[in-house]
Design a protein around this ligand. Structure first.
Ligand SMILES: C[S@@+](CC[C@H](N)C(=O)[O-])C[C@H]1O[C@@H](n2cnc3c(N)ncnc32)[C@H](O)[C@@H]1O
Length: 247
């Protein structure tokens, strides 16, 4: 039986209503807000046959752990957990278009949420992260992801270096990112199946992760800072892939 989770905020709730209505258990909306976007979402839930419970704002504040719920929260069944066992099938299904975002130890929920949001926008096949020492899909991540945590497959693996080798066996070219790399993000051909590996906020990629990559790339930095925020760097890399594949 799947665990029940709380999801809040208009975008995240809409993503579940539209993409996974079968996972919905309960819907709570605030009595205090009557605006049209919220009413539309409530009507959408009611059309699905769900009973919407109208509750005081304080009840939603508590459910969202004081996060910005925008007047709506739901209880939903957690999506089935994906692991390394699912990767071969994901590679086979995506074929040449496979695009993986690998996060080696991103621990800040806001960064994970922002990476998922960008991954969704860029058409990523799946986001991969190690089970340990990484942020997991908590309510803050889901809210920051703006619905993307409900749409992008999130694969949690036991051993990241082994997972990168598994991707390589599936003909995926594994590209690590590091400020001191020789090649620029703009010099690589991303038209075949690729995985882009991002490092942790503080230390970057771990040694074994870095050594397993087929190639390392840097994003040129022209000012005085020594690195970009990991979610910003993710956006730069993924959108170079999008530019090459779709523009
Ligand atoms: C805040 S940085 C980590 C900085 C860390 N001190 C290091 O040396 O990698 C977090 C991650 O964002 C990505 N990143 C940030 N700036 C980058 C750059 N200029 N080129 C390539 N990747 C970058 C890398 O994935 C990096 O591991």
């Amino acid at each position: 039986m799947s665990k029940k989770i709380t999801i809040f905020g208009m975008h995240s709730v809409r993503a579940i209503l539209e993409q996974h209505p079968e996972r919905l258990v309960e819907v709570f909306a605030t009595r205090e807000r009557q605006d049209k976007p919220l009413q539309d979402l409530v009507s959408q839930a009611q059309r699905l046959g769900l009973r919407v419970q109208f509750v005081p704002k304080a009840t939603l504040d508590k459910k969202a752990d004081n996060g910005n719920h925008q007047g709506i929260a739901i209880t939903a069944l957690e999506a089935p957990q994906l692991t390394e066992n699912d990767l071969d099938a994901l590679c086979a299904k995506a074929g040449k278009a496979a695009l993986f975002l690998v996060l080696d130890g991103v621990t800040d929920p806001h960064n994970l949420g922002a990476c998922l949001r960008t991954a969704d926008a860029a058409g990523v096949t799946a986001v991969i992260a190690p089970k340990d020492k990484s942020a997991s899909l908590n309510p803050t991540v889901r809210k920051v992801a703006s619905g993307a945590a409900e749409t992008v497959p999130f694969v949690q693996v036991t051993n990241l270096a082994r997972t990168l080798r598994q991707l390589q066996e599936n003909q995926v070219w594994v590209i690590g990112t590091a400020g001191e790399a020789n090649d620029s993000v703009y010099q690589v051909d991303y038209t075949g199946p690729v995985a882009i590996v991002m490092g942790a906020e503080g230390d970057g990629m771990r040694r074994l992760t870095r050594e397993t990559c087929d190639q390392l790339i840097k994003i040129p930095l022209l000012g005085s800072v020594s690195s970009l925020n990991v979610s910003v760097a993710t956006g730069v890399c993924l959108y170079e892939v999008v530019r090459q594949r779709h523009v």
